[in-house]
Ligand binder design. Sequence first.
Ligand code: 3AT
Ligand code: MG
Length: 340
Amino acid sequence: DRQHDGRGPRADMEALNAALMQLADSLMPTPEERATHQAAFEAVSSLLQARWPGARVHLFGSVANGLSVRHNNDIDVCLELEGIELDDTAAKGEVAVAVGELMEAAGMADVLPLPKARVPVVKFVVPKTGTKVDVTVNNMLACANTKLLADYCAIDGRLAPLVALVKHWAKSRAVNDAYRGTLSSYCYVLMCIHLLQTRPVPVLPVLQQLPPTFRRTVGQWTCEFCDDVASLRGFGATNRENLAELLWAFFEYWAWRHNYTHDVVSIRLGGCLHKDDKDWTRRIGNERHLVCIEDPFELSHDLGRTVDRQTRAVLHKEFTRAATLLRDRMDPMDELFQHY
Ligand code: 3AT
Ligand code: MG
């Protein structure tokens, strides 16, 4: 299935770039949306702090790392309590239920606690603005990976628009749903960072390979990386590729260059590992390891584990479709983002 013949895009890349920049821009949240998210976070945060004095409350996920797209009315909130271990999902589930009762009493709508989920969570809606909130408990790995992603965003201004376009494409093409066997938004962000780290002239550094200035231990995992973004800003300046060229490179890589049989994408190392290195060579329970993307901190966690043979074929078909359109069409915009 490697039909790449070395040809590049036919489109006028300057014109395509202008169109993609405009689309990416239109996908960015408006100042009003940002203000609404912030207000929802503050309201939830003060309710939680009144009930659990001394607790810390964090905003994480795309709204916190600058990678949220417009009309995403979801915020991710983490309640950090002392004395609950990372893997004590029973205790986290109990807290999720208590948070649900608190939010119900405070007049939140559609309160739905999911204490038995892999990551226990309570979901609800702020009635006035319709903001959907997910509260998780001691989800400190997610807080750490949010900061890592935010720091990558701050280093090069091409990451955020590339992510916006890839997320928009994935939503349009119905390949952005981990529950249905495709890939989560978080996974697509890791794939974008990997691409920018591995350009012939890199756009992004590998923050986990530089002397660490940020260190946090979460259960058995050590989260450490260089977060001195001020000194790394401009790192990718010698790479002159524009958004159109990078989007083409993204799809070309996932259509024709990625080795699905052997490779594990790792932004921790800024390249690929071998599946043998991780013992991700066979199916274990529901984890198939057909498309392998290593979590930067929770190293046993493969973000592609939900992909099965059928959905891998769908994903590969979509990557190939996008790459082929970008290669062959004079004006690929409409078809590229066409609703599935
Ligand atoms: P959206 O803009 O909401 O689509 P997001 O980045 O906020 O994208 P989610 O709301 O699904 O993504 O998840 C919130 C954060 O939780 C993102 C990431 O920090 C963490 N996270 C999500 N899924 C995983 C996962 N499978 N493994 C580890 N961390 C995850
Ligand atoms: Mg989110």
